[in-house]
Design a protein around this ligand. Sequence first.
Ligand SMILES: NC(=O)c1ccc[n+]([C@@H]2O[C@H](COP(=O)([O-])OP(=O)(O)OC[C@H]3O[C@@H](n4cnc5c(N)ncnc54)[C@H](O)[C@@H]3O)[C@@H](O)[C@H]2O)c1
Length: 383
Amino acid sequence: MSIITKAAAIGGGVIGGGWIARLALNGVDVAVFDPHPEAKRKVDEVMNNARRAYKRMATKGLPKEGKVTFAKSIAEAVKDAELIQESVPERLDVKLKTLAEVEAAAPRDALIGSSTSGFKATDMAVGMKHPDRFLVAHPFNPVYLLPINEIVPGEKTSKAAIARAKEVYASIGMKPVVIMKEIDAFVGNRLLEAAWREALWLVKDGICTVEELDDIMRYGFGLRWAQMGMFQTYRIAGGEAGMRHFMAQFGPALAWPWTKLMDVPEFNEELVDLIATQSDDQSGQWSIRELERIRDDNLVGIMEALAKAEKGKGWGAGELHSSYVKQLGKAAKGKKAAKASEKKARPARAMPEPKPAAKAVVTKSAKGKAAKADKPAKAKKKG
Ligand SMILES: NC(=O)c1ccc[n+]([C@@H]2O[C@H](COP(=O)([O-])OP(=O)(O)OC[C@H]3O[C@@H](n4cnc5c(N)ncnc54)[C@H](O)[C@@H]3O)[C@@H](O)[C@H]2O)c1
């Protein structure tokens, strides 16, 4: 169950919206600040998709949903928050300005996490008075379903804040992994960037289309990655001799022309056109919201399958998925118990006086139907 009850989301776009959904579905009240005129509509749409996914996933029930409110300023949003999650656009100047405003109004003991995809906490905290409670908390999209959260402390982040972050994010069903050495783009995005650059080369050079590349991933190693990652997968690929044999066999490939990673394709309109046109051909028949729902169903399905592995003990993300579903169910029981005791405490209300029925014109057939409906149903003969 969530160990916090109030949070603030600064920025309610793709990632901010995902945070709002995860927090609210765990029973946390979220105050949002996003200056975009359509921010509420966008957050509502993400919330709807998230509710849909949780309805399917949370087989043991859900806690009472937290309240999502929209504040007029950062100060209003953060004033009594225990967790403040910054998800504004990926520009250092915008992050610095936002964090200064957050600090000016946030309670001293609030934890501040940044969703940045690549900036270091140390560089974002330069103007902060209390950088001890600030760190990077980098999620992946969709935040309400994918559990990983890369916690990357800055030079001035306190040990207490790291420990608190681990507790808070775990209590909303996440898997916090602390990256102790600060590095741009952390771990996940370093890997993704390498694959992304190579993918752009392969399409730009006409070796494959975006669709062929995606098929090679999703019909192949993508399925392995979801459950074993890179190193566990390669250990098996080494056969009985395991990792050492794998390294001996494929180590020399590092020196072969198997990568163009040191060389970046020129980012220009021609490249954007090529990729975007092929992507439209591949997926243009679905809206983004439809694709999100397809993705969510697939993610829940994969996690459910992983939850059944190892005789029901669960494997990888599936093990966490099982305990998250149980945790949500426990919180749902708490919600029911609270409702019941509230009912008991309330004085019994007298039945409302029936209103005088308005004179209605009753047709012959309606009379007949009403008469039939009034008759008690005949008990079916057994046997
Ligand atoms: N999109 C991803 O897959 C992804 C994944 C992980 C992390 N991130 C990181 O999350 C952050 C947000 O990215 P996104 O993809 O949600 O971007 P986005 O463009 O979808 O959303 C950004 C939101 O911030 C709002 N905003 C702009 N200025 C603001 C301000 N001063 N105060 C409050 N809100 C403001 C915008 O109106 C917009 O709604 C970035 O740092 C990004 O690197 C993105």
